[in-house]
Design a protein around this ligand. Sequence first.
Ligand SMILES: [Zn+2]
Length: 259
Amino acid sequence: MNIQQIRNATLVVEYAGKKFLIDPMLAEKGAFPPFGPRVGFPDAPRQDQNNPLVDLPTSIDHIINHVDAIIVTHLHLDHWDDAAKEALPKDIKLFAQNEEDATEIRSTGFKNVEVLQKDTVFAGIQLTKTKGEHGRGELIELAGNVCGVVFRHSNEKTLYVAGDTVWNDKVQKEIETHKPEIIVLNAGDNQFLEGGSLVMGKDDVYEVYQAAPNAKIITVHMEAVNHWTLSRDELKNFISEKGISSNISVPEDGESYSF
Ligand SMILES: [Zn+2]
């Protein structure tokens, strides 16, 4: 497999001969409002800066070229935006987390939308929807439902893309159940000014490492939308201090890994 970090949660995953685009946010830098009061959320860091904070590392055409399927883990703007809706062919295979999201995606013209299940199979690849929570306490309801996905194929290592979730017993159970060898974590510790983490921070990443010490972990969803609080440098320092730098990769946008 090959996993390319594009930007934020946007990944290109080549797996068992198929190319998946996950959580496409394809807008130009600064194209939409920051997460914060302007779009119905609480105050947030950098709420004077539009999203995305950074440009794509490569052209949209290059990113979507020969993509076989899209996976949208939830509909927040930093995972599914207007630029993606415009750029992608309307007949492309698209997986959504639930019927509600699928209906919303279909309403923008997409004709081939399927709800991810525990036992979805696409081109011989088993795709399993996984559980997560987009924060803790009151944030869970505010942020809404999310999912992750496990990829499994006899010719490939098992890949777990956790999505927008913090560390919790749900994630722990997914790791115990699927025993992934490769794990992608959304780890920018994005937050509003109150309520705590919406996705993983460095302590969450460490929990995942402890739950899967032999897995290769890749951290994404960093420094790309306004409410991030954990930088790549801070995370790299943390994993260096813990002595686990060889277990965890912190890619720059555009960087890719083969397994
Ligand atoms: Zn997100």
